[in-house]
Design a protein. Structure first.
Ligand code: MN
Length: 182
C-alpha cells in the first residue's frame, strides 16, 4: 500500500508543477493502475463491506449508557448519534448490570449519581465479575470536586468525563477505542 501512496504523492507533485509534463503524469497513472490491479480482490471486498483494517465498524461498537436523568440521556444519545454511534440506555446501575450480563458491550458510559445503584457500586460489581471485568468504562461525573477523579479511577473506571459532556473529548476517547479494538 505504501507504493500506491508514494505514486499518488508523485502524481500530486507533478500535477502541481507549473510546467507539469502531461506525459510523465500519464506514465505515473499507468504505473498506479497496474499496481492497483495487483492488489488481491479480497482487499476490495473487505473495503466494500466497510471493514477497514484496524478500525471497528462504528455501528458494531456497542455502547451502554447508564444514566438516570432523561435530559442527559437524550443529550448524550444525540452526541453519540452525531458521531455515527448508537447506544442503549439503562436508568440505574442495577439495570445496567443486568443488560451487561445479557449482551456484550464495547463500552459503558457510567453516570456516578444514580438511584438504586450508583456508579461506584456498579463499577465494583463490574470489576469483580469474571465476565465483565475487562469492560471499558468511562465515568460521567457532575462538576468533579478535587479528589473525586482519583476515587473514580481507583474504583476501577478507565477514564472519566465531567458534565456537561464535551463532544470533542467524548469523540477523542471513543475514537481511540475504535482504533484499538479493531
Ligand atoms: Mn445521575
Amino acid at each position: 500500500m505504501l507504493e500506491v501512496y508514494e505514486l499518488a504523492l508523485k502524481m500530486d507533485e507533478e500535477a502541481d508543477r507549473k510546467e507539469g509534463d502531461p506525459q510523465r503524469l500519464r506514465t505515473l497513472l499507468e504505473e498506479l493502475k497496474s499496481l492497483v490491479r495487483s492488489i488481491p480482490g479480497r482487499y476490495f471486498k473487505e473495503t466494500e463491506a466497510g471493514v477497514r483494517p484496524g478500525i471497528k465498524d462504528r455501528r458494531d461498537f456497542k455502547i451502554l449508557l447508564a444514566e438516570d436523568n432523561k435530559m442527559n440521556q437524550r443529550l448524550i444519545e444525540a452526541l453519540l448519534d452525531r458521531m455515527d454511534l448508537e447506544c442503549r440506555i439503562a436508568a440505574n446501575g442495577k439495570i445496567a448490570l443486568d443488560m451487561l450480563r445479557e449482551d456484550s458491550y464495547d463500552l459503558l458510559l457510567l453516570d456516578m449519581q444514580m438511584p438504586e445503584m450508583d456508579g461506584m457500586e456498579t463499577i465494583r460489581h463490574i470489576r469483580s465479575d469474571e465476565e465483565l471485568k475487562d469492560l471499558y468504562v468511562i465515568a460521567l461525573t457532575a462538576q468533579a470536586m478535587k479528589g473525586d477523579a482519583e476515587k473514580i479511577i481507583n474504583a476501577g473506571c478507565n477514564a472519566y468525563l465531567a458534565k456537561p459532556i464535551e463532544k470533542d473529548k467524548l469523540n477523542e476517547m471513543i475514537n481511540s477505542l475504535l482504533v484499538n479494538n479493531g
